[in-house]
Design a protein around this ligand. Structure first.
Ligand code: ASP
Ligand code: MG
Length: 453
């Protein structure tokens, strides 16, 4: 019999929620507790993607064996708790063999495409194991390869999904099936038009969940993680951080974009396009509640949260004397666009442009944006100064440019810090500044104390 679930829920479980057998079992209980959950999107088990990324960078053979061993242990700790381990062990062994083969190739000829192929195995394994956990609990559910619907461009490591293709593919291949049974799929991974595996950038499983939510017109997307919602700042930095019960799409997407770790930065875009509420909660403690991200909230506060984004690079471009000043900005931004360098923070003086570049999000560890070709091109227009290891701290709020005393509230707490760059005014709803990476925690603590405690 076909059941129709108009208000169905996409539930996404992060790495800690599928870290081991017990975590998978808890997550399975969450799925089973709500009959509207029809599509489950999973991350790789905690730690697995990091291991795979290291393998993809090409390791010495003894280090490689070490990592492969750790990976195998994580999988077998789960398999050994299953009632019928042999049902799935063969498939996992095959994937582990693939990983080993790809890791060897990576030592001779590493590439971003190879890296994506390799890291995709984390989600492939966790989703197979979870499907088996569900099956042993007697649930009608099936494993589904997300790559057959998540069509992306070919930017390996940080691929861009093609929204209308995803919608069409999901409608054809996924919709009919979620009406029959619970479908279990992978976050993070996709496929380009040439059939090659791609990834959406670190933490991209959240994004997959909302993309599929959008494609299938879900009533809600639930993101299950290891914290009970979105906090006023990272509680590991400021233990007095408070949980936010409800928050608007734009506030939450500012937080994610400026580094708050709870959601992948692009996650809320599909949700906003289709006005799908996103719930964030802890799979370890469902009773603790969580945060609902939706279109608007009552009484938006002046200050909402403090976010921090690490691994920032500051480029200072000093115009050469012989260069005409009136075309300097245009020339530099044309060059950056030609070299595919995106920046979201800029300040200028009469002869210098300062830009912050973000390298905290790509799947592979290094910053590939600063190429020799870019430096060569820049050198004919300006003298370049590069400062790495900075952190971007952002205060997210509402109508900050219209309120009095905001700058005083922020900077009077930061007397002990060398602030390297400040951006305020372009957005009404945030104020950001760069400072040395090792000062970020104490700056966030001080700001949070002043504004939220
Ligand atoms: N497994 C991927 C990562 O660790 C994607 C995700 O967990 O969302 O980045
Ligand atoms: Mg995550």
């Amino acid at each position: 019999m076909t059941r129709i679930y108009p208000q169905f829920i996409v539930a996404k479980f992060g790495g800690t929620s599928v870290a081991d057998f017990d975590a998978m079992n808890r997550s399975a209980s969450i799925v089973l507790a709500n009959p509207n959950v029809r599509l489950v999107v999973l991350s790789a088990s905690a730690g697995v993607t990091n291991l795979l990324v290291e393998l993809s960078e090409g390791l010495e053979s003894h280090q490689q064996l070490d990592k492969l061993d750790t990976l195998r242990t994580i999988q077998y700790n789960i398999i050994s708790r299953l009632k019928q381990p042999t049902v799935i062990s063969k498939e996992i062994d095959n994937l582990l063999d693939n990983i080993s083969r790809l890791a060897q190739t990576a030592t001779v000829s590493p590439s971003a495409a190879l890296s994506d192929e390799l890291v995709s195995h984390g989600e492939l394994m966790s989703s197979l194991l979870f499907t088996e956990v569900m099956r042993e609990r007697g649930v009608e559910s099936s494993w589904f390869d997300a790559r057959s619907v998540i069509r992306t461009d070919s930017t390996h490591g940080c691929a861009e999904p093609q929204v209308s293709a995803v919608a069409e593919l999901a409608e054809t291949h996924l919709r009919p099936r979620i009406e029959q049974e619970i479908m279990i799929t992978q976050g993070f991974i996709g496929r380009d038009a040439n059939g090659r595996t791609t990834t959406l950038g670190r933490g991209g499983s959240d994004y997959t969940a909302s993309l599929l939510g959008e494609a299938l017109h879900a009533g809600r997307v639930d993101i299950w993680t290891d914290v009970a919602g979105i906090y006023t700042t990272d509680p590991r930095i400021a233990p007095n951080a408070k949980r936010i019960d409800s928050i608007s799409f734009s506030e939450a997407s500012d937080m994610a974009g400026y580094g708050a770790k709870v959601l992948h930065p692009a996650t809320l875009l599909p949700a906003m396009r289709k006005n799908i509420p996103v719930f964030v909660g802890s799979s370890k403690d469902t009773a603790a509640g969580g945060t609902l991200v939706c279109c608007t909230t009552d009484n938006p506060p002046r200050y909402r949260a403090v976010a921090v984004r690490r691994k920032q690079t500051l480029l200072r471009l000093h115009r050469l004397d012989e260069q005409p000043s009136n075309r300097f900005l245009a020339q530099i931004f044309t060059l950056l666009a030609e070299h595919n360098v995106a920046t979201d923070l800029v300040t200028t003086s009469e002869s210098t442009i300062a830009l912050a570049l973000d390298s905290s999000n790509a799947t592979s560890g290094e910053d590939h944006t600063l190429t020799t070709a870019l430096f060569t091109a820049l050198a004919s227009h300006c003298r370049v100064e590069v400062e790495t290891g900075l952190a971007l701290v952002t205060l997210v709020g509402n109508q900050l440019t219209k309120e009095l005393g905001v700058c005083n509230d922020v900077f009077s707490r930061l007397e002990e810090h060398a602030v390297r760059m400040i951006c305020h005014g372009a957005s009404h709803n945030n104020l950001c500044f760069l400072l040395p990476g090792d000062a970020a925690d104490s700056a966030v603590k001080a700001l949070h104390h002043r504004l939220f405690e």
